[in-house]
Design a protein around this ligand. Structure first.
Ligand SMILES: Cc1cc2nc3c(=O)[nH]c(=O)nc-3n(C[C@H](O)[C@H](O)[C@H](O)COP(=O)(O)OP(=O)(O)OC[C@H]3O[C@@H](n4cnc5c(N)ncnc54)[C@H](O)[C@@H]3O)c2cc1C
Length: 476
């Protein structure tokens, strides 16, 4: 029976990054993953010169923890930056309008009315308000006005997060904007002050993928020395044991038991709920109540001559007011080099999410028709796609809906009853790969500190001592 310091159940990016940081801190770590491969949602497909991503396709980074992990795992050289022209478009009145990224173009942009622009300028004069379970819509309308919600914020919440701003928690989905209001009384002023204070100290904002796609990140983490990876191993049962946790799992070769001083559940919320139900019905119920959105990604390849649009950006997002069945489309072959053969283009389109739950039941043919129905007029498509790939996620993204901040607080509260047990997956702390790496770092700090209380700590290599937070079990 193995007895590592920490067992991490779930080999998606949440579990892999937590394990990586733990290994850097000198802990002995095992990762149990039920699938035959690591990576969870992240998977890259390469066919005939095309490269498509099943889930995450791009990393947007501005966090030093991510920069450190990439540098230490040899991934800096494998980074493929997104194309310098980072234009993004929004659909407005059936046309593509560039999203202004700077103040001058923002003032001139046809995306917003004069009234909406004046409302933005008045934001610093508004009093503080809100409450812990305020929705994104209520927060944005209160601070920035309804037009900014509908044209700018809603498509970013519905697209990359698959979520609905009328139900999503502002504290969970827009923690940085909420913090700016709380601290400075204004988002606009707070953002300006932050920019000045952080000048030269935070890493440059960059968006990138990797040579070979996102699976390159997974492979690099999976090559970490000092971590034992057990793929094809499903965690079935957990129970508190003397100074740690007892685990029982299932492998193709039979049952497996193990003991670990600390246990990290990096599995989706329903799987964590099933494991915890026999121990703590309240904790299981809190996890069980987390909703997930179904998402379908439709990848289409065309001959370049079949698309009239210049495709001079990263793609477009669709506000709900347009009434279209897509939340967005990424122009993969414009964003990254080597995503399609020469003379071809690759577009990845997103169908479903909280905005269109009915799309979960659509056939492949219906998904393709719906996608082409949007693309044809917007991009000037003149011929049928040459290749199509479809990736379906029945539980694509956790929705931070309802009183989510209260739910997360209640989860952390319940976890105090179970020392050495931690939850670390994309239903808390953010869904992006960047946020998963940052959460993994913080969690590893807490676990390392906790282990060090009972024995002299190993030398810390990857975790700066000053960034190790105080000991607590809980949510990572
Ligand atoms: C369509 C789509 C597009 C996205 N695009 C982006 C993007 O461009 N950029 C970005 O930053 N993010 C993106 N994301 C988000 C990001 O990909 C996910 O949030 C992230 O990959 C989830 O990682 P995770 O480890 O939390 O969960 P998962 O990847 O779901 O990993 C959980 C793992 O737990 C395993 N497991 C479950 N039960 C057990 C058990 N009992 N025992 C052992 N193992 C178990 C599962 O097999 C799985 O491997 C996207 C997501 C989707 C769906």
């Amino acid at each position: 029976m193995s007895e590592p310091d920490v067992i991490v159940a779930g080999g998606g990016i949440s579990g892999l990054s937590a394990a990586w940081w733990l290994a850097q801190a000198g802990c002995s770590v095992e990762v149990w993953e039920q699938d035959a491969r690591l990576g969870g949602k992240i998977a890259t497909r390469q066919t005939d010169g095309y490269l498509t991503e099943r889930a995450a396709s791009v990393m947007l980074n501005f966090r030093s923890e991510v920069s450190r992990l990439l540098a230490a795992s040899g991934l800096d050289a494998a980074k493929i930056p997104s194309a310098p022209q980072r234009k993004r478009y929004l659909v407005r009145g059936g046309r593509l309008i560039p999203v202004p990224m700077r103040f001058g173009p923002l003032v001139r942009s046809p995306l917003w009315s004069v009234g909406a622009k004046l409302r933005l300028l008045a934001e610093p004069l508004l009093p503080r308000g809100g409450h812990v379970d305020e929705t994104v819509s209520a927060f944005v309308v209160r601070r920035l006005g309804r037009e900014v919600l509908e044209t700018a914020m809603e498509p970013f919440i519905a697209g990359p997060l698959g979520s609905d701003p009328d139900q999503a928690s502002a504290h969970a989905v827009l923690p940085q904007l909420v913090a700016l209001e709380q601290r400075y009384g204004s988002i606009v002023i707070g953002a300006g002050v932050r920019r000045i204070l952080r000048r030269g100290t935070s890493p440059v904002r960059e968006s990138f993928s990797f040579d070979g796609g996102m699976v390159t990140l997974v492979r690099a983490l999976a090559a970490t020395a000092n971590i034992r990876f057990r793929t094809g191993t499903t965690l079935r049962h957990i129970e508190p044991a003397r100074s740690g946790w007892g685990l029982a799992g299932e492998t193709p070769a039979g049952g497996l038991t193990a003991r670990a001083r600390q246990l990290v559940l990096s599995v989706p919320a329903p799987a964590a709920a099933a494991l915890l139900r026999p121990l703590d019905a309240d904790l299981a119920q809190l996890l069980h109540g987390i909703e997930y959105a179904a998402l379908t990604v439709v990848h289409l390849a065309f001959d370049r001559s079949a698309v009239r649009n210049r495709l001079d950006g990263m793609g477009f997002l669709v506000p709900r007011s347009e009434g279209l069945p897509l939340t967005g489309c990424q122009w993969m072959s414009s964003t990254f080099a080597a995503r399609a053969p020469r003379g071809k283009v690759l577009l990845s389109c997103y169908v479903g999410g909280a905005r269109a739950p009915q799309a979960r039941d659509w056939t492949d043919a219906r998904c393709i028709d719906a996608t082409l129905g949007v693309l044809d007029p917007l991009l000037g498509i003149t011929a049928a796609p040459e290749r199509v790939w479809i990736d379906r996620h029945a539980s694509g993204l956790p929705l931070y809906h309802g009183a989510y901040a209260s739910r997360v607080r209640a989860l952390a509260e319940r976890l105090r009853h179970w020392p050495g047990l931690h939850l670390a997956a994309n239903y808390a702390g953010g869904v992006s790969v960047r946020e998963r790496i940052v959460c993994g770092h913080a969690l590893a700090g807490r676990i390392h500190a906790s282990l060090a209380q009972s024995r002299p700590p190993a030398p810390i290599t990857g975790l700066a001592a000053s960034t190790v937070p105080a000991v607590s079990g809980g949510l990572g």
